[in-house]
Design a protein around this ligand. Structure first.
Ligand code: MN
Ligand code: MN
Length: 453
């Protein structure tokens, strides 16, 4: 009678430790290097090219084929085709933007002998978590002549880092709401305190501008045309005496980007399959590089055209209708110190495998994409046949939590979509935790689904 009960088990009792460690090392290398979506795109493009993928412009319409397209340096799609695209395609879609702190367009000012930079947070952050930690400035400045200057300060061990400081406890005894104590307009980044010789007004700010000019050949106005982010400087580290977790900035959702990329590279031929790595998920998937945009549809149209289809609009709908999409995003794993926010019967646990989320949304499933029972059964069967560890997860108690990701935008286009990804502890914090088991099982699950759906 025991097999009538739905029971889950921790992967630490089942999986080979060697395989977990090997996969974890590759991931830690990636997540330590890729702290912005631009960095992810160039890392992924490099891996794709080394594995025989070529850009859509080079594609001649034949199969088998390995093709990719970058979009505005901030999103990328890659496919492996074994037959005509018209047969449909299995896709894993993840996002490569993460919560962070951006610089404002006119950031630098001087106050009380200190030069600082104004910031604007991006995505859902608990602001206090970003105070008093080492931050790097990473991104690009584009000059008027169109030349792109790469900025990266704080990532190398010998680099200086930057800090957003707050008040000492002695002067902060008033018991106030966190939203009052940690305000966005107080999130000013300390840049320096050394005045430029012979200057009287704003000598510290001028010295900072001089250093930037010496290093990068830029002036203050150039910062208006820049994508500059502040990201945590700390490298990924193993966590716990047993080293069972990996801590890093940006697991959400680069853990799904990496595992799906590796799954695509390692998967055996036979079906059409691919990955889409979107930008802008953390602010609602808006903008021309997010999941609401059309670049991936344009990519499919180009393939259809090169494969000889005339009425690409009609055939694109047919492709999407025959396609399966794994919306690969992280879920919340239970933090034992805060378990009251979950319905524990329907919550994910660290180390118990990839999390299958049948529906997202909030309250009465508002804004949800819900996978049909038929699709959930198909996914379950594919994972069980390979002994891949999976569990169910919902984002918190009904009427407490909720949320959504790229799933619904792909579902709108007609594909069958289901949400799946590893659970994180401390999601959206500057130092999120993922279990090595859940990392590896996500890779194995995406590979199985690319090959078998
Ligand atoms: Mn996410
Ligand atoms: Mn997120």
């Amino acid at each position: 009678m025991k097999n009538l009960v739905f029971k889950r088990e921790t992967g630490w009792k089942i999986l080979s430790r060697d395989e977990l460690e090997r996969f974890s090392r590759g991931y830690m290398d990636f997540i330590g290097k890729c702290k912005t979506e631009r960095q992810v795109v160039s890392f992924v493009e490099d891996v794709l090219r080394r594995n025989g993928f070529s850009s859509i412009e080079e594609y001649d319409g034949s199969v088998p084929a390995k093709i990719y397209m970058k979009f505005r340096a901030k999103a990328i799609i890659a496919v492996k085709l074994s037959e005509s695209l018209i047969r449909g395609i299995n896709l894993v879609a993840a996002h490569i933007d993460s919560p962070r702190i951006d610089l404002k367009p006119h950031p630098i000012f001087e106050d009380e002998g200190i030069a600082l930079a104004k910031t604007h947070y991006y995505g859902g952050v608990k602001k206090y978590q970003w105070f008093n930690i080492p931050l790097s400035i990473v991104g690009v400045v584009v000059k008027e002549d169109g030349s792109v200057v790469d900025i990266n300060i704080g990532e190398k061990e010998e680099d200086p880092v930057f800090v957003i400081s707050d008040l000492l406890p002695h002067l902060d005894r008033k018991d106030a709401k966190v939203s009052e104590k940690f305000q966005a307009e107080k999130m000013n980044l300390i840049l320096g305190s050394m005045p430029l010789d012979d200057e009287e007004k704003e000598a510290v700010k001028l010295n900072i501008l001089k250093i930037l000019n010496d290093l990068y050949g830029i002036k203050e106005e150039d910062l208006v045309s820049a994508d500059l982010a502040l990201v945590p400087s700390f490298p990924p580290r193993e966590v716990g005496l047993d080293r069972s977790f990996i801590a890093a900035y940006g697991h959400d959702d680069r853990v799904c980007a990496y595992t799906s990329m590796m799954a695509l590279i390692d998967s055996k031929d036979g079906k059409n399959m691919g990955i889409i790595l979107f930008d802008k998920e953390e602010i609602g998937s808006d903008g021309n590089t997010g999941a609401k945009s059309r670049f991936y549809l344009m990519f499919f149209r180009k393939i259809l055209k090169k494969q000889g289809y005339e009425d690409v609009e009609y055939y694109l709908d047919e492709v999407l209708e025959k396609s399966y999409v794994i919306s690969a995003d992280v879920n919340a794993a239970v933090n034992p110190s805060y378990k009251d926010v979950h319905d524990l019967n329907n919550a994910a646990r660290a180390g118990y495998g990839i999390v299958l989320t049948k529906y997202t949304g909030a309250r009465g499933k508002a804004g949800a994409s819900e996978a049909r029972a038929e699709l959930v059964a198909k996914v379950r069967s594919a994972l069980n046949s390979r002994g891949i560890l999976w569990q169910v997860g919902t984002l918190g108690k009904v009427d407490v939590g909720g949320g959504g990701t790229v799933a619904k935008f792909l579902a709108e286009k007609g594909a069958e979509v289901i949400d799946m990804g590893p659970g994180l502890i401390g999601m959206h914090s500057p130092y999120e935790l993922v279990s090595k088991v859940d990392l590896y099982e996500s890779y194995r699950a995406y590979k199985a689904l690319l090959e078998e759906l």
